[in-house]
Write a protein that binds this ligand. Structure first.
Ligand SMILES: [Ca+2]
Ligand SMILES: [Ca+2]
Length: 241
């Protein structure tokens, strides 16, 4: 019963939801999109977990070697939010970045226009960015290695506030110099669990959503923080006023 309640709390598709993968089962060999028409293709041996191995019910298991989900071109809204829960099992840096999610060329096609992950820059910071005449990054200043082994909620937003990266319901980085949409609306596909450079993530992902608005702090706090942590964070916010 408790597991069902938890699952229900995350699976909130609203009229701003473009795509929602609950990763609880496959349907016709694909990952069904609860929010729309973008059922995902499983790449490599990406698989749904067993025995409630996800954040809410089942999740997406990625072994870090050739596994990803291919969602296709899901559109290019002027503003938006990409969110997911991730439990990284181990982290291995790849030369051209590592993708929790990317938009751009197909797997192995070498060309991203959006990346949420780690880039080949001088650090392992989790970052969200768009490629428009060079990379424009919102840098969380949190090392991906600090996220290994536990569930974390990650969100990247774009739109009027600029590029933002959120971890566990907290805004960690902003780049307000880039307020446009997806640089190339004709990108081939969104990839989940990797990028077009085979920068594969090793771990479990769950409750993946793309929205067509820049979700606000209240929303991301409500989704991205465990009930106990949420109370502490709310108290911190009140005391900070
Ligand atoms: Ca799930
Ligand atoms: Ca594999």
């Amino acid at each position: 019963m408790i597991a069902l309640c938890v699952a229900a709390a995350y699976s909130q598709v609203d009229n701003h939801t473009i795509l929602y993968y609950s990763f609880n089962q496959t349907s016709g060999g694909k990952v069904p999109d609860d929010g729309g028409d973008f059922d995902g293709e499983l790449g490599g041996d990406a698989a749904i977990t067993k025995n409630s191995g996800g954040k809410a019910g089942e999740g997406l298991s990625l072994d870090g070697d050739g596994d990803y989900i291919k969602a296709g071109n899901i559109g290019a809204p002027e503003e938006g939010t990409i969110e997911m829960w991730v439990k990284i099992e181990s982290f291995e840096q790849h030369n051209d970045g590592d993708g929790f999610v990317s938009m751009g060329k197909d797997y192995g096609g070498t060309g991203d226009v959006m990346l949420f992950g780690v880039h080949q820059a001088s650090n392992l910071n989790v970052r969200f960015g768009m490629y428009a005449g060079g990379w424009k990054w919102a840098d969380s200043e949190v090392s991906v290695e600090d996220l290994v082994g536990e569930w974390h909620h990650l969100a990247g937003t774009w739109g009027p506030r600029g590029l933002e990266v959120w971890i566990d319901g907290e805004l960690k980085g902003v780049n307000d110099t880039y307020t446009a949409g997806i640089p190339d609306p004709a990108y081939q596909t969104m990839l989940i669990g990797s990028n077009s450079w085979n920068g594969d993530i090793h771990g479990v992902m769950d409750e993946f959503r793309v929205s067509d608005i820049q979700r606000d702090a209240e929303f991301l706090l409500s989704i991205g923080v465990e009930p106990r942590g949420k109370l502490a964070t709310a108290w911190g916010a009140i005391k900070g006023q």
